[in-house]
Design a protein around this ligand. Structure first.
Ligand code: MN
Length: 296
């Protein structure tokens, strides 16, 4: 069974939530289920609301169905309420390739997740342009990541309860200015350039997709650059939520990027950067494809 595909979309009537249906159609939840005014409201409305969305999806009312090519997809959560939470160095082959750029050949497995954030307003829609940031960075790079969307608040969440706090899954691209990431010590500067966090195209509810061992990959201009499986994470989603929530309350609608596998441009021989016109195509099995290009 294919998972439910929840979207945020916009047209002349504004931005709202919906479901991507088959046959190039969109179910407009603002018409079919007016309380679901945005994705965070839908998440906060809980399991009963999600069950209602499933019932509507199985039998969509005609007055609430739109043609998908008449609307524009937004990021599923267009503006998170807080910074995007991220984990660095969470796939061993990516740790090793990063270490090699600094002459380190005997990489150690990280003992704890390396948390950092991107500003909430770095999030952009599928298809939106990522600025080249020419003059600010010479080493713009891509990173495909599985994103966990938090559904229910929690602090000190035990590992065995962690997935209960996940609403669903989407795809994120942790676009990075590599030399900024490195030279400022803390990663925030290199990770939080304007419009550097494409996200989407859909949220698949947690119960519709087991993300413990699924394919994750990225192509740049059609060339395969990253290809791995989520089972290769050093700290899995349960461990990430357990450790991030220690003494820190996670909230509904928080988004957590879970790290990227090997194959980033900066670690290639010779190192590669991105330029205006480059197209990044990110695929995660069971979620979809997130495509964004580099603008001026
Ligand atoms: Mn990353």
């Amino acid at each position: 069974m294919a998972g439910l595909k929840l979207i945020t979309f916009s047209d002349v009537a504004g931005s709202r939530v919906g479901v991507l249906l088959d046959g190039g159609r969109v179910l407009d939840l603002a018409v079919a289920m007016p309380p679901a005014r945005d994705m965070i409201a839908l998440i906060e409305a809980g399991p009963a609301a999600l069950a209602a969305v499933r019932a509507l999806t199985a039998n969509p009312p005609a007055n609430a169905v739109l043609a998908a090519d008449k609307v524009a997809l937004q990021a599923p959560i267009p503006r998170p309420r807080r910074n995007v939470f991220c984990v660095g160095r969470n796939y061993m082959d990516h740790v090793a390739e990063g270490d090699r750029t600094r002459g380190i050949t005997n990489s150690e497995v990280p003992k704890f997740p390396q948390f950092f954030t991107k500003a909430a307003d770095t999030v952009i829609a599928p298809g939106a342009l990522v600025p080249s940031h020419t003059g600010v960075t010479s080493w713009l790079d891509y990173e495909v990541e599985l994103v966990a969307v938090i559904g229910t608040a929690g602090r000190d969440i035990p590992k065995e309860k962690a997935l209960d706090h996940v609403f669903g899954w989407t795809i994120g691209n942790d676009v990075t200015g590599r030399e900024l990431q490195r030279r400022h010590g803390q990663w925030f500067k290199g990770k939080s350039l304007d419009r550097s966090c494409p996200m989407g195209p859909v949220i698949v509810p947690r119960e519709d997709l087991d993300t413990s061992d699924i394919a994750i990959s990225l192509k740049l201009n059609g060339e395969q650059r990253q290809s791995s499986r989520t089972s290769k994470m050093i700290f899995d989603v349960k461990e990430i939520i357990h450790q991030l929530s220690a003494g820190f309350t996670l909230l509904p609608g928080d988004v957590i990027m879970t790290g990227t596998p090997e194959g980033v441009g900066y670690a290639m021989q010779p190192p590669q950067t991105m330029k205006t016109g480059d197209v990044m195509e990110l695929t995660i099995e069971g979620i979809g494809v997130l495509t964004n290009a580099i603008g001026d």
